[in-house]
Design a protein around this ligand. Structure first.
Ligand code: NAD
Length: 282
């Protein structure tokens, strides 16, 4: 069994990006990410801090816009429009969740697709499904990068995803399909789940239930990607995969923490640098 070290891989990606950012700066382009947070969700604060650290490390400028929990939809849209127009800002990220009285889909739609570094705008979602150049949602993008770096064959492989969220499961279908995998997606209504998961050459768990995937749900030699981040009452982080059981059968497996998490942020940085390059083309 080989451990897929997302932390190390993400470090290498950031080092390469740092060089690209230096090159852009020589041309007078200072890449910049704007992050919008509405309310004071504790987990979001941690994610946002990690994103700002990564920006700092690679030399990308970073600005945070903190809106109060009672912000109106008009105020949120007004800020997004302002950032869309700001030529110094390359990427706009709206951190979810946002308070329930706000429509997150409307907010994502308002972001200029060329600044949509999270890849959530319907234009980018559509382009991904047409296999066209676009911003790819960061977690699926990081998963593909990890599989490719570790030379896990994707073409012709049977890939099974558990979890159909808009940010992980669904875009991952397209990413794997674009690489010629045979893709199956499972969810909470799937019957006989383990019959399906046992067929996987590549198994991706994005469920949000600690240690949900057990040893008896995977076949020998599977490559297992654990997207889950579940915090126990004691503050320990657990993935969606029972690492002890599954690692005995898997050929490759990602740890939690240190697997998909750091890769997601590295791919966000990749997208910000890509967005900054659009300025070069202007
Ligand atoms: P979500 O919470 O929106 O949805 C969970 C999915 O799991 C749903 O599609 C549901 O159908 C499926 N599911 C629930 N119970 C199931 C069951 N018994 N059998 C089969 N499927 C079942 O998903 P999400 O936002 O993609 O998050 C999933 C996990 O991944 C969470 O732990 C989240 O914190 C984590 N996550 C990590 C990263 C990262 O960068 N590492 C990024 C995004 C999400």
């Amino acid at each position: 069994m080989e451990l897929m070290d997302g932390k190390e891989l993400a470090k290498n990606i950031r080092a390469n990006l740092k060089e690209e950012v230096e090159e852009l700066k020589k041309k007078g382009i200072y890449p910049k990410l704007a992050v919008i947070m509405v309310g004071d969700d504790k987990a979001s604060a941690v994610y946002v801090r990690n994103k700002s650290k990564a920006c700092n490390e690679i030399g990308v400028e970073y600005e945070e816009f903190l809106l109060k929990a009672d912000t109106t939809m008009d105020e949120l849209l007004e800020l997004i429009q302002k950032l869309n127009k700001d030529e110094k800002i390359d990427g706009i990220l709206l951190q979810s969740p946002i308070p329930r009285h706000l429509d997150i889909n409307e907010a994502f739609m308002a972001i200029d697709p060329k600044k949509d570094v999270d890849g959530f705008h319907p234009v980018n979602v559509g382009k991904l499904s047409l296999n066209q150049d676009c911003f790819v949602s960061c977690t699926p993008y990081g998963i593909i990068k990890m599989l490719e770096t570790y030379n896990v064959p994707i073409e012709g492989a049977r890939a099974v995803i558990i979890g159909r969220s808009n940010i992980v499961g669904k875009p991952l279908i397209q990413c794997l399909l674009n690489k010629n995998a045979t893709v199956t997606i499972c969810h909470s209504k799937t019957k006989n789940l383990e019959e399906v998961t046992k067929q996987a050459d590549i198994l991706i768990a994005a469920i949000g239930k600690p240690e949900f995937v057990k040893g008896n749900m995977v076949k020998e030699g599977t490559a297992v990607i654990d997207v889950g981040i579940n915090r126990t009452d004691e503050g320990k982080l657990l993935g969606d995969v029972n690492f002890e059981e599954v690692s005995k059968k898997a050929s490759y497996i990602t740890p939690v923490p240190g697997g998909v998490g750091p890769m997601t942020i590295a791919m966000l940085m990749t997208n910000v640098v890509k967005a900054a390059k659009y300025r070069e083309q202007k």
